[in-house]
Design a binder for this molecule. Structure first.
Ligand SMILES: [Zn+2]
Length: 397
């Protein structure tokens, strides 16, 4: 495992020490990236030894990449190394099934890493605004680490997110509003309450956990890049993390040289700030008013990492696309009936976006693409039932 060399601001490149807990860049409020000295790994940790080392390790899942993660004992529930499923109907399509993670979503990766570091730093109270799934993951890992969790989420989150957070013993506040309103409450109260704010991109380690998705998708495709990656984008931490991973893998010589995948950010037509900013060639997004979609994880009116994401989309030759809820629901039903996979609404937005980009000619059938199903459909039974107009049968008379 490498020691952290330093933290580096994603905007102004200022350097910070990782010896104490850090939030954002004190100069420009940019997100901080963890930088390692990877030189000692060159030629020593070969990509082919990863599987062998992982088999010998007490930690499973994403910790197979511990040679490129902080040198700290993990707080783990078995996150990562999720299945890569080839579509039964579209041979070029691979579904990265993040529903197989602890707490049923991709949020487990980022929060496992962030809680690992929080325990390492001796932090006692963490707070997070969440559209739902980050709340469940934070609550679980905080419980595993014996750390207090304070969670703020919209009143109408998927019910499973509320139930799990309460069951894990977190302090849960339901807010009349969106994740942006929850974020404001955390920002206002954190100093007085002594909370460390573990919001996406406001501390350096959630990105580090999420970057393992980039390592995994490459390893699972034989250390080759796919042609495109479809990523349902709310906060977009995974998109940012994967791009960071690609850079590290190239430095280490782990991935075959070649063009990086086109990164495709997928949003709902009911909340598409990234799509609007991308289409307008803007360098940042603007707050999306009256955000509304049944894909709860995509209800992020202005992601904190918007500028970084726009740069990645353009550098990769990618695109941002939005899909109306009705089409998302059609794709969800299509994949359930024909592939045996119950997607989250966010994942179904990504599969719908794939169909859209095939129809438009942006992608060809033979292109090899990875589509992220960021969570298990089972976490959304209440809102999916409502969208499908399925009511609980009344008790027999
Ligand atoms: Zn800065």
């Amino acid at each position: 495992m490498p020691t952290i060399a330093h933290l580096e601001c994603s905007r102004c490149r200022a350097i910070r020490s990782a010896a104490t807990p850090q939030t954002v860049c004190p100069q420009c409020k940019g997100s901080l990236y963890v930088r390692y000295d990877l030189k000692p790994l060159h030629g020593i940790v070969a990509r082919d030894s990863i599987a062998r080392d992982a088999a010998a390790s007490p930690w499973s899942g994403m910790w197979r990449y511990r040679s490129v993660l902080p040198d700290v004992e993990p707080v783990t529930l078995g996150e990562g190394w999720t299945p890569m499923l080839q579509s039964r109907r579209r041979p070029g399509v691979y579904l990265k099934e993040e529903g197989a993670n602890p707490t049923g979503t991709f949020k487990a990766r980022g929060l496992a890493m962030a809680i690992t570091m929080a325990r390492h730093y001796g932090l006692k109270k963490l707070a997070v605004p969440s559209a739902g799934n980050a709340a469940g993951a934070l609550a679980a890992y905080a419980a595993a680490a014996g750390i207090e969790a304070h969670i703020f989420m919209p009143r109408d989150v998927p019910f499973a997110n509320y139930v799990e957070a309460v069951a894990y013993g977190a302090n849960v506040t339901l807010v009349n509003g969106l994740i942006s309103d929850c974020g404001r409450i955390v920002a206002e109260r954190k100093e007085k309450e002594g909370w460390f704010d573990i919001s996406s991109l406001k501390e350096p380690f959630r990105v580090e956990g999420k970057k393992t998705m980039g390592y995994e998708l490459s390893e699972q495709l034989g250390w080759e890049y796919p042609d495109a990656v479809f990523y349902p984008t709310g906060g977009g931490v995974g998109l940012i993390g994967m791009w960071k991973a690609f850079g590290e893998m190239e430095e280490l010589g782990w991935v075959r040289p070649g063009k990086r995948p086109r990164m495709i950010a997928v949003q709902s037509a009911g909340c598409a700030p990234m799509v609007r900013a991308f289409d307008q060639h803007a360098s940042a997004s603007e707050v999306w008013q009256n955000a509304a979609t049944f894909a709860a994880g995509l209800r992020v009116p202005k992601p904190y990492g918007d500028s970084i994401m726009l740069e990645i989309l353009r550098d990769s030759g990618g695109i941002a696309v939005s899909v109306p809820d009705a089409i998302i629901l059609e794709s969800l039903k299509d994949w359930a009936r024909n592939e045996g996979i119950f997607l989250s609404p966010e994942g179904a937005a990504a599969t719908a976006a794939y169909d859209q980009l095939i129809a438009s000619g942006y992608l060809k059938h033979e292109d090899r693409v990875v589509i992220f199903n960021t969570g298990a459909g089972l976490k959304y039974t209440d809102i999916t039932a409502e969208a499908m107009k399925i009511a609980r049968p009344s008790p027999a008379a």
